[in-house]
Design a protein around this ligand. Sequence first.
Ligand code: SAH
Length: 392
Amino acid sequence: MHVVKIKPAREKSALHRHPWLFSGALAPLADTPTSGETVKVLDSSGRFLGWAAWSGESQIRLRFWSFDERETIDRDFFRRRLSRAIQLRAGMDRASDAMRLVNGESDALPGLIVDRYGEVLVLQLLSAGPEAWREVLCDELQALTGARAIYERSDADVRELEGLPLRSGLLRGELPTVTDITEHGLRYRVNVAAGQKTGFYLDQRANRQRIGGLARGADVLNCFCYTGGFSLAALRGDARSVLSVDSSGDALDAARVNLGLNDLSSERAEWVEADVFQYLRLLRDKAQSYDLIVLDPPKFAPTAQHVERASRAYKDINLWAMKLLRPGGHLATFTCSGGMSAELFQKVVAGSAWDAKADMQLIERFTADVDHPVSLNFPEGDYLKGLLLRKV
Ligand code: SAH
């Protein structure tokens, strides 16, 4: 086993159990471990810090599996960690038969995402560590959950930073012809093979339910609607009309299918394939207005380096949404950018209100739902932030 020493005075984050160490913190090595290999990490005076997975190509060179010297990183270790993550979610399946079972670093399994859609598990291996343990993770997940199929969606761009190829496909069992889930009584068809991310945005579950509750009698505009999550929740909440916008024709087709799976009136729903940035301006030109607007864009700032450009994009869409909002109306606005802090997001949105000459009140803050916990040692995991605002 390779032993990796870190430079003097660089051990603080590991002592605080932050799961990452960057390449700049490491002392020079005689020979290099292979990617995914488990290494022993010591501070500059030789004191044990933890067991970590080596990522040769990534700036995040080490991701800690454990800070306990007595632990061995083997099949039993992964069974214990997976089983703990699953047990921590006991009882959470009342709202839905789909949930995140493993939330990476925050479940002490860096780089591993596991989402359950009914009897199907979708696995994302985002770094070299879990990549090396792929077979073991599959075996243990199947044994622990009795899943009918395990599908891999390791096709996220972050894999490139690890020097890993993008990959997706069936790993175990057989996919059912359709994978339907029921969330708060609404049925959605999830395309685990070709949908975005692992197929569905489970993190917004509680927020869809909350916003559905604000929709009674409202004219609703749902921007970046994907497969219609917020749209269906609003229709079920007795919205008067729901206009949903997305740039993906496939997502809109799936949204129409989802509408058909539920006993909801399709006359009140309109689906538009368009770029939201342009479409908001068009709606303003047509003097349209709404009682409830949802803005749930993709991540504009994957890392802190993109924050400035992302801020301009957030400011723009929020400004136009505020102009389209009727007095007394609600705006639910989100960012899922890891690089954007809650504080900065609120500042940017306040800038939109100023430019739109709109008086807006903050009513509530949104986060990801309870199956997406955030370890306090890993603030980077707190990616989804939202604000519920009301126009005075
Ligand atoms: N609210 C959704 C998830 C939204 S994901 C839910 O609850 O399920 C973000 C969506 O934005 C994706 O469907 C993507 O196709 C869409 N998108 C990205 N850029 C866009 C743009 N410029 N205009 C319109 N839609 C866009």
